[in-house]
Design a protein around this ligand. Structure first.
Ligand SMILES: *[C@@H]1O[C@H](CO)[C@@H](O)[C@H](O)[C@H]1NC(C)=O
Ligand SMILES: *[C@@H]1O[C@H](CO)[C@@H](O)[C@H](O)[C@H]1NC(C)=O
Ligand SMILES: *[C@@H]1O[C@H](CO)[C@@H](O)[C@H](O)[C@H]1NC(C)=O
Ligand SMILES: *[C@@H]1O[C@H](CO)[C@@H](O)[C@H](O)[C@H]1NC(C)=O
Ligand SMILES: *[C@@H]1O[C@H](CO)[C@@H](O)[C@H](O)[C@H]1NC(C)=O
Ligand SMILES: *[C@@H]1O[C@H](CO)[C@@H](O)[C@H](O)[C@H]1NC(C)=O
Ligand SMILES: [Ca+2]
Ligand SMILES: [Ca+2]
Ligand SMILES: [Ca+2]
Length: 437
């Protein structure tokens, strides 16, 4: 878990390219203190402002914040259409069930952009998924680490983001929240995204054959077709979609249209994964209006379009939806349609094996120190985005003879193999190469 985390943080270092622009990147170092938060307006934070949890720093956390908020205004020098906000979210200790006189149904974590609520996680995660969570920080009670990835329409050149929680008991030693790895990305300039999957959007051609699910890919109507839904996808249901032969890329953008059917409660959630890692967790969007559209007589929240952006480099991926509810599928269920995936390739990628196999690492800006991410093996392949070139220096510290790599090569050999590896400070020589070491 920890390793994966650091990996992601480094991938986005110095991120700026033709089709993504990094508006903000904060709280990504493994340790930081309150100085890292000085540009935010904090309300309800006490004591040290940050904590060290599970060996890394988080903003907030035990004894720091329960009910409270952190708010910041961002400025750009170009016109925006939408932003993507991504961060790790921790819900520490007794956020939820059964403390201080009973179940706390009024605890929420919310994200607001320009004062308008765009995301909410409810209280009381007592569902199967969270039951076995481990203790990370604070009291010995389990803590929950999840991830938020949301796309929000924004116009103009500045916007304000506010992260806030309302915890009924408001005692940060009993229940608190924290974040780290906070990014805001936006599309900018040329768009060379490629759509690789676009499916489940035509009712007369609703082909579910590439999905695998615990509910045998049963389809229901709400009133348009959805995979899952009423009497199909209740407590513990899951659906996966394998993606193969993806072209070289450093980001996946996944969009899905979500249907919360019937009496899903604030203590239930839907969890989205890529390659086994949570990319987003969503409770029913109670802050939006709902009415009875399908299933049983309870009101439903239909047509919630979610977009997730994930740093990703390998040629295969597995997307998974998990229904983290606790009641029958005739009482609360989840379904979806309009699934699409596109890939973006704004950053170079290096591969451990030929033909895009093995470990992969993407970087933007200066060539990174691979030892910091535990990479010691020779590089066997390199992906260079179209229209870009990497300047490679024969000597360390960006010195000595310089040459340009402007084409991808997924089977590096000979001089190019040697020079690229040397540029990344990896010692290879012809003997090693012949032995394929
Ligand atoms: C935000 O942008 C508007 C113009 O688009 C400008 O008038 C305003 O001063 C800006 N606000 C901040 C806080 O930068
Ligand atoms: C949906 O599928 C039907 C049947 O294949 C096809 O005739 C129709 O053009 C499709 N509609 C759209 C909007 O693609
Ligand atoms: C399912 O996957 C196969 C193999 O990748 C592909 O040819 C087919 O078009 C896919 N079907 C849909 C509905 O996307
Ligand atoms: C979840 O919330 C619902 C609705 O408030 C409540 O009836 C149910 O008891 C809660 N479940 C748990 C396990 O707390
Ligand atoms: C890489 O290229 C070499 C030399 O052209 C060739 O012998 C080798 O089979 C290739 N490796 C792969 C995995 O394609
Ligand atoms: C190349 O690697 C081999 C095997 O590790 C080693 O024996 C040899 O000394 C190296 N040659 C040079 C020039 O570094
Ligand atoms: Ca704890
Ligand atoms: Ca429930
Ligand atoms: Ca209903």
């Amino acid at each position: 878990m920890q390793k994966g985390y650091i990996f992601i943080a480094l991938i986005l270092l110095g991120f700026a390219s033709a089709n993504f622009y990094e508006i903000d990147k904060e709280f990504t170092l493994s340790t930081f203190d309150s100085r890292a938060v000085s540009s935010w307006n904090l309300v309800g934070f006490q004591n040290s402002v940050t904590n060290v949890c599970g060996g890394v720093s988080v903003v907030g956390g035990p004894n720091v914040v329960a009910t409270g908020s952190m708010t910041k205004t961002f400025n750009t020098d170009f016109d925006l259409t939408s932003i993507n906000i991504l961060f790790d979210l921790y819900l520490f200790d007794q956020w939820l069930s059964g403390w201080e006189g009973g179940r706390d149904q009024q605890s929420y974590f919310k994200v607001l952009v320009n004062g308008k609520q765009v995301h909410q996680l409810g209280s009381d995660y007592t569902r199967q998924l969270h039951k076995d969570a481990s203790n990370i920080c604070g009291q010995t009670t389990p803590d929950r680490q999840t991830h938020v990835s949301i796309q929000v329409p924004v116009t103009g050149r500045n916007f304000t983001v506010s992260l806030q929680a309302n915890i009924a008991g408001n005692n940060p030693s009993l229940a608190s929240w924290g974040i780290r790895g906070f990014y805001i990305l936006t599309s900018y300039g040329a768009n060379n995204a490629k759509t690789v999957v676009s499916e489940l959007s035509n009712d007369s051609q609703f082909d579910v054959s590439n999905w695998t699910s615990s509910f045998k890919n049963a389809v229901s109507s709400c009133p348009n077709k959805i995979l899952g839904g009423y009497k199909n996808a209740g407590s513990g249901a899951w659906a996966t979609r394998k993606l193969t032969n993806l072209p070289p890329h450093s980001f996946l953008t996944i969009s899905i249209n979500a249907f919360f059917v019937d009496s899903i409660d604030t203590n239930d959630s839907i969890v989205f994964y890529v390659d086994g890692k949570i990319v987003h967790e969503e409770t029913r969007q109670y802050f939006l209006s709902s009415q009875n559209i399908c299933g049983a007589g309870w009101a439903d929240n239909v047509n919630n379009k979610f977009v997730f952006q994930v740093p990703h480099f390998t040629s295969t991926a597995e997307f998974k939806v998990y229904v983290n509810t606790d009641q029958g599928s005739d009482d609360e269920s989840f379904g979806f349609r309009d699934f699409s995936v596109s890939v973006d390739s704004p950053c170079p990628i290096i591969y451990e094996e030929a033909n895009q196999q093995g470990r992969a690492f993407s970087f933007c800006g200066d060539i990174p120190n691979l030892k910091l991410v535990g990479w010691t093996k020779p590089i066997k392949g390199i992906y260079v985005p179209e229209g870009y070139a990497i300047k490679v220096y024969v000597d360390s510290q960006f010195k000595g003879k310089r040459f340009k790599v402007s084409k991808s090569n997924f089977n590096l050999t000979g001089q190019e193999y040697k020079l690229i590896n040397r540029a990344f400070n990896i010692d290879v020589n012809e003997t090693k190469l012949r032995r394929n070491e």
